[in-house]
Ligand binder design. Structure first.
Ligand code: AOF
Ligand code: ZN
Length: 367
């Protein structure tokens, strides 16, 4: 059975619904379910569910609870293969069977070894018509962090860069320079809110003294973990990051000795430490991304500076690039952007282009 235009429409709606809890479901992906049935000859959504905050309950039982008896004979749209394992509740595939749905239309397959293919198998064995892979790529883009963690045991990396018209990302003498405008700034804060970790190098932390929180009205509580790559623990205790470590988590990735006195000073601010190996003064990034994934965090938003961006690119650890290009020129002793629209590596393909005021935003994914 193939997917109809109607199936794709409802799946697109399910994918949008799943975004509601993106970044807020712990180590679980935010997925959504819609239950659709014909009423008086027209299709109607009779149940909707999105993975609850923290990750449980899953989407399916919530959507089925809303649909009640109307689920019998209906079609369920699920953005991820329904689970096949017993948690605190029965597997969602079994719940769909008991509710009597006639069809299940799914987007992405779940690589979780407890699920992969088994969810579909449960549905098939019960005689439910299954359609897999509907808008799979679209769903997989939103699930990219979860899928990367499950398939590669490391966190997914988005590299964000704000580049001036002359290809610079800032001035060497320090201080923040405005390269992009207000709309781009809001977009960046929204991207922060969707991420599990925001990461910068200690150079940026010292020069710009950023706070790295999400400061969009109403989303202030959505700031992710802030992480600083700080091989030798140079982050000042007086920095904004350290000063706010009790309000928003601050993790410092470092190769210093656990007995280093600077550690206890920073620890007193509430910062936590991730012990890393250093090679030639640079922290080992693949292992760091594995450690982040092992803590159940899936997405890392790399915000600079140039050296950190280059290190992630050199190690082929960038999965997604978000490039903001402003109209202004940065004069003086300026830092070259590791990537501009003209020099995006061939291993990336363009996904989207937007206009934010006078800025342009381009997104690229690993090809
Ligand atoms: C679903 N529906 O809404 C989600 C699913 O720790 P647990 O028991 O909650 O299981 C986590 C796994 O459940 C996760 O790795 C993924 O395979 C699946 N997520 N599955 O049927 C949902 N969020
Ligand atoms: Zn489930």
């Amino acid at each position: 059975m193939t997917a109809s235009a109607l199936d794709r429409r409802y799946m697109a709606a399910a994918i949008r619904l799943a975004r509601w809890h993106e970044g807020r479901t712990g180590s679980n992906p935010s997925v959504a379910t819609l239950i659709v049935r014909e009423i008086d000859g027209a299709p109607v959504i009779v149940g909707r569910g999105v993975t609850a905050l923290g990750g449980r309950p899953h989407a399916e039982p919530q959507a089925l609870a809303e649909a009640g008896e109307l689920a019998r004979g209906a079609t369920a749209y699920v953005t991820l293969e329904p689970c096949a394992h017993h948690g605190r509740t029965p597997p969602c595939a079994e719940t769909l069977v008991s509710a009597g749905v006639a069809r299940v239309v799914a987007a992405a397959t779940d690589p979780d070894e407890r699920v992969s293919g088994r969810g579909y198998a449960i549905l098939r064995a019960a005689g439910i018509e299954g359609v897999e892979g509907v808008l799979a790529r679209e769903a997989e883009r939103d699930l990219a962090g979860y899928l990367k963690r499950r398939t590669s045991n490391r966190a997914h990396v988005t590299l964000k860069l704000a580049v001036s018209a002359n290809g610079k990302i800032g001035r060497r003498d320090g201080g923040q320079v405005a390269i992009t405008g207000e709309v781009s700034r809001s977009q960046v804060h929204a991207l922060r809110a969707q991420s599990d970790v925001i990461l910068v190098g200690v150079g940026t932390a010292i020069n710009d003294d950023p706070e790295l929180t999400c400061r969009l009205s109403g989303l202030e509580d959505r700031s992710p973990v802030r992480m600083v790559l700080d091989t030798h623990l140079r982050l000042p205790v007086s920095s904004r990051l350290a000063a706010t470590a009790r309000d928003v988590p601050l993790w410092i990735a470092t190769a210093t000795d656990p007995e280093d006195p600077r550690r206890s000073e920073l620890a007193a601010t509430g910062a936590e430490f991730l012990a890393c190996d250093a090679l030639g003064g640079r922290l080992a990034l693949p292992e760091l991304l594995e450690d982040i994934a092992a803590r159940g965090l899936s997405t890392v938003f790399v915000e600079g500076g140039a050296e950190v961006a280059q290190a992630f690119l050199d190690e082929d650890l960038v999965d997604w690039i978000v490039l903001f290009t402003g109209e202004g020129i940065v004069e003086g002793d300026a830092v070259n952007a590791p990537v501009t629209r003209q020099t995006v590596p061939e291993t990336f393909r363009p996904v989207a282009t937007m206009r934010y005021g006078t800025d342009q935003m381009d997104e690229y994914e690993r090809a």
